[in-house]
Design a protein around this ligand. Structure first.
Ligand code: AMP
Length: 247
């Protein structure tokens, strides 16, 4: 099972709504979260190696999120599930919904992205593993599955860490795990015939309770233009007396 989130395309310059309640999503290009493309790609590669039998792409979001499911199907997912909701969701909601789907579909492996580039939360995979009581390999940059167990190499601050765990498990994809393929036109056409099942949080028995309220959103302060200094002495003087960053 692979998570696919609809987010503002990474190349779009984000605009904060004038009333400061959020960011503008009207008439803005939306795409699959880039780390989810890596997650789908990894699932497809595992299927090509005959390690995986079936790939189910799952999204939680409004009707338009089906576009991202179609992309996942065109990349090689076999079928998809759309958990339809127009509510704002946070990682705990998504993790609870995935848990219910996992209990229904019984996958041996869930692959999510390491983080969604809109909320930058980096929480859903960890929460899902905790809710299921499954092992987790997060920030995966290499995944090897053999004899019912999985070896995950993860990028950590101090370098690379290799961990081994039993399946079923949750992994989250880091940037260097693979390079996602582009969906070819024939595969995009074929994906139109693949099945998307729709369900809702209510059907899955999960309440989307809002625990957080966004009080204000604002653009970061714009940077002032820099200046050129003539000498090192002048630089030191300005750092000491104007910027006051050295004593
Ligand atoms: P986050 O914890 O929000 O940074 O998201 C981490 C990962 O969880 C994403 O890369 C997705 O794979 C998955 N995920 C989060 N939200 C959703 C969603 N609404 N629908 C599907 N997958 C999601």
């Amino acid at each position: 099972m692979v998570g696919v989130k609809r987010v503002i395309d990474y190349a779009v310059k984000i605009r904060v709504k004038p009333d400061g309640t959020g960011v503008e999503t009207n008439n803005v290009k939306m795409s699959m979260n880039p780390f989810d493309e890596i997650a789908v790609e990894e699932a497809v590669r595992l299927k090509e190696k005959n390690v995986v039998k079936e790939i189910i792409a799952v999204t939680v979001g409004p009707t338009a999120s089906q576009e991202q499911l179609r992309t996942a199907l065109a990349m090689g997912a076999d079928r998809a599930i759309h958990v339809k909701t127009d509510e704002d969701t946070v990682p705990l909601h998504v993790a609870k919904l995935f848990k219910e789907l996992v209990l229904k579909e019984k996958p041996d492996l869930v692959i999510l992205g390491k983080q969604a580039i809109d909320d930058d939360a980096n929480q859903t995979g960890q929460m899902l593993a905790a809710l299921l009581g499954w092992p987790q390999g997060v920030f995966a940059s290499e995944v090897v599955i053999a004899d019912g167990s999985m070896t995950v190499t993860r990028e950590i601050d101090a370098g690379m860490e290799t961990i081994k765990m039993k399946l079923p498990a949750v992994i989250t994809a880091d940037l260097r795990l693979n390079e996602p393929r582009y969906a070819t036109l024939p595969n995009i056409m074929k994906a139109k015939k693949k099945k998307i099942d729709t369900t809702t949080p209510k059907d899955l028995g999960v309440e989307i309770k809002q625990h957080l309220k966004i009080v204000k959103m604002a653009d970061p302060p714009s940077r002032k233009a820099g200046i050129k200094v003539a000498t090192v002495d002048e630089l030191v003087d300005k750092l000491r007396n104007e910027a006051k960053v050295i004593a």
